[in-house]
Design a protein around this ligand. Structure first.
Ligand code: AHR
Length: 506
């Protein structure tokens, strides 16, 4: 039977903050070196940045870019990455067992941001091995106009104007035992509050993100958020969330329903934030920075023998299939469905390490399968408003998430009144008929596009160095708008088996 929902502009979730389409650049593997930055590459500009990669980032539509980590930041000395290159130290990066040359640092990152008109920086401070003094010094270096020893170091490095970085993360995944300088919620809450308070003395316009849970599976999930927020509620603007999904033990049906877990996680964090607000009798609604999310086959790295120390090793270079991209598109749908509380989200990461963009040293750059749902969703949802979608759908059994809906969907309306539906069919074998009643949308007259990411023959198909254009969006025929211009307007579509879909109505 068909899946159905009703769209009515009178019922909306809320506007989409453009920062929902953020990403993440960490000193990890080849994300930076031979990814973003490769002096000597035929496509490198005078600053050593790969213009082929920059063009793909622009096409992707990325907004806020988080830097420099991730796990890396928790032992990072930001001073190592600024000033004359010949004086920058080589160091051990304990988080990723790599040699960090520090050739690329804050100034180089801001140089990249300057080449991406849609992007803004989001910096993380080290609250693992360091604390309040280093956090405020970094902020002074970045945002103070000049005339002090620290801010004049930036000026001497050639950046006269302050960077005016608005978004700051107070550490990274501090709840995780794997994090260097890991803390309990009480210790971290106090430290984050002290750092937030001092940082605002330098720049009162900054927005601050406190660390939430690293995954929903953490034993401390829930109590971590409530304890941290008890210390920081009035001092921070966002609490972070991180989530990664992968297919385990061949259980593709559960993997396809990963967004069920993601939505439950979001709703749990919202409930916890609101509980703290209620306890404090606060009218402030805490927002979420979902600053790491993706499909990541992290279990493949568990139990591997220690690698030799190396510069820019090939790490986390997951190759994404059509199936991965369908799940990925579904995670984007989950984010949009909660746009009332999620202000920022960062796809982790941007280049080479669990990334939508891949490169070969000295060679080409190409789009992974996940590139397509991100680019399309960013293009049509950025700045639009999310409409309420209550899906009536046939279900299927999953081992991890119980009965899951075959259809996962959301819809947005832009300022010109155009409506875009994003929908996933989780059925691996059968196409799914979709009927959408359009109420109060008499101005819509036609289907401008129905395209899908799907593959009849091979759900494991991927784009690779050898075959970089194997997978792309393809048009879907037969989508119709019945009784347009009337109160009975109705969209009919057929979603291909195991597919992510975009349907645009104008
Ligand atoms: O994105 C990869 C890693 O995942 C990040 O460094 C860390 O924050 C998370 O565990």
């Amino acid at each position: 039977s068909a899946a159905r929902f009703v769209l009515d502009p009178a019922f909306e979730v809320g506007p989409v903050d453009p920062r929902l389409f953020g990403s993440f650049v960490e000193h990890l593997g080849r994300c930076i070196h031979t990814g973003l930055y490769e002096p000597g590459h035929p496509a490198a500009d005078a600053d050593g940045m790969r213009t082929d990669v920059l063009a793909l980032i622009r096409e992707l539509g990325v907004t806020a870019i988080r830097y420099p980590g991730g796990n890396f930041v928790s032992a990072y000395r930001w001073e190592d990455g600024v000033g004359p290159r010949e004086h920058r130290p080589r160091r051990l990066d304990l988080a990723w067992r790599s040699i960090e040359t520090n050739e690329f640092g804050l100034g180089e990152f801001m140089n990249v941001i300057g080449k991406l008109p849609e992007s803004e920086p989001m910096l993380a401070v080290n609250l693992g091995t360091r604390g309040v003094p280093e956090a405020i010094e970094l902020l002074e270096y970045a945002n103070h106009p000049g005339g002090t020893e620290i801010s004049d170091r930036r000026v001497a490095a050639g950046d006269k104007e302050p960077y005016n970085v608005r978004l700051w993360c107070l550490g990274n995944e501090m709840d995780g035992p794997w994090q260097i300088g890991h803390k309990n919620a009480e210790e971290y809450g106090k430290l984050a509050a002290a750092a937030a308070w001092a940082m605002r003395l330098i720049d009162e316009d900054i927005d601050l993100v406190a660390c939430g849970s690293s995954t929903r599976a953490m034993d401390t999930f829930g109590t971590w958020e409530s304890t941290v927020l008890e210390h920081t509620y009035d001092l921070v603007d966002y609490i972070s969330m991180h989530a990664y999904y992968e297919e385990l033990d061949g259980d593709r049906d559960s993997f396809l329903a990963s967004a069920v877990d993601m939505e439950a996680f979001i709703e749990g964090v919202v409930a916890t934030c609101d509980h703290v607000a209620a306890r404090r009798k606060s009218s402030k609604k805490m927002k979420i920075s979902f600053d790491e999310w993706n499909v990541w086959y992290s279990s493949r790295t568990v139990g591997q023998p220690p690698r030799p120390w190396a510069e820019n090793p090939r790490l986390l270079e997951d190759v994404y299939s059509v199936t991965d991209a369908v799940v990925f598109g579904s995670l984007l749908i989950a984010l949009l469905r909660h746009a009332d509380r999620i202000a920022i989200a960062c796809l982790a990461q941007l280049v080479n390490a669990i990334a939508p963009i891949m490169t070969e040293p000295g060679g080409p750059a190409w789009r992974q399968t996940t590139f397509f749902p991100f680019a399309q969703t960013a293009r049509y949802a950025k700045g639009a408003r999310v409409l309420t979608v209550n899906v009536l759908s046939p279900t299927y059994p999953t081992a991890k998430h119980g009965e899951a809906a075959l259809l996962h969907a959301t819809a947005v309306i832009d300022d010109a009144g155009a409506v875009t539906i994003f929908a996933v069919n989780r059925d691996r074998e059968a196409a799914l008929p979709l009927e959408v009643s359009l109420r109060g949308l008499e101005h819509l007259t036609s289907v401008a596009e129905h395209a899908a990411l799907a593959d009849d023959g091979d759900p494991d198909a991927a784009n690779t160095l050898e075959n970089p254009e194997r997978v792309a969006l393809r048009p879907v025929d037969g989508t119709t708008l019945e009784a347009p211009g009337s109160a009975n307007a109705r969209l009919s579509a057929t979603l291909p088996p195991l597919s992510w879909n975009i349907i645009r109505l104008v």
